[in-house]
Design a protein around this ligand. Structure first.
Ligand code: TMP
Length: 239
């Protein structure tokens, strides 16, 4: 298997074809964006930190029986993944109120959400990833009911596994976003799980340890990601 041409350059990752039609190489870059690409910076080490972080999380999910596109880490900033036909819908699970939920509904940040909320957003930068519901996804053909049901079920399973994992490291999994795709007819978890796409707070102090540090100009962004990793026992090679 050899890496071939660039297929797609996203805001933080690039995807390459390989000599195997079923496999892709995902490259994690240091590029960091927020507010739909309006705030852009390069944060040293972020690519390698997120790649290693994601490998660890996908391994934990696989051990819990949750299948993803992840095959193996190839190097500091690259991973081998299965080629998915991506579903253009982002699935967001929230255990505590933060971010757009607070703005949209006038809710105070930090309110515990029981049961967790589950929201869908259309993956469309031009439109600013608007919130949608299942009816939109069905009417516009973005996903079938069976796919939506499976995405919800898997999102809740991911929440159950990862909440426990982060609590054991003294952290609260506030919310997270997942993307799914189809692989030979089966829904698999795609994209990445890293502090770029979730919110994590210290359990006691509620210090933010995720991309909100970048969005809110709090500084120490990659250092916070590394702290999260260290609390989970992840070894970043530092190379
Ligand atoms: P939100 O509060 O901005 O709706 O985001 C909820 C969570 O989902 C937060 O952890 C960030 C993540 N997310 C992304 O990473 N990308 C997205 O496009 C969206 C809509 C959310």
């Amino acid at each position: 298997m050899e890496k071939q041409q660039l297929l797609y350059k996203g805001k933080a990752k690039s995807v390459y074809a390989t000599t195997d039609a079923d496999l892709l190489v995902m490259e994690y870059r240091d590029d960091t964006s927020a507010f739909n690409g309006q705030k852009l910076e390069q944060l040293e080490r972020k690519g390698r930190v997120n790649n290693t972080f994601n490998s660890f999380i996908m391994g934990k999910l696989a051990a819990a029986g949750i299948a993803s596109h992840f095959v193996r880490q190839l190097g500091p900033t690259e991973a081998l993944v299965k080629r998915l036909q991506m579903i253009p819908v982002e699935c967001v699970v929230r255990n505590f109120a933060a971010g757009s939920l607070c703005k949209r509904l006038g809710i105070e940040e930090g309110l515990a959400l029981t049961p967790p909320t589950y929201e869908l957003f259309l993956k469309n930068d031009g439109l600013g990833d608007p919130m949608i519901n299942e009816s939109h996804a069905l009417s516009f053909g973005w996903a079938t009911q069976a796919q939506l049901d499976r995405m919800r079920e898997l999102s809740m399973q991911v929440n159950a596994v990862l909440r426990e994992l982060f609590v054991a490291g003294g952290m609260l999994l506030v919310d997270f976003k997942l993307e799914f795709g189809v692989h030979h007819g089966e829904i698999l978890l795609g994209d990445e799980f890293s502090p770029d796409g979730c919110r994590l707070w210290d359990k006691e102090t509620r210090k933010k340890l995720d991309k909100d540090r970048f969005r809110q100009g709090l500084g120490g962004v990659v250092e916070a990601y590394e702290e999260v990793g260290a609390r989970l026992g992840i070894q970043f090679d530092g190379a």
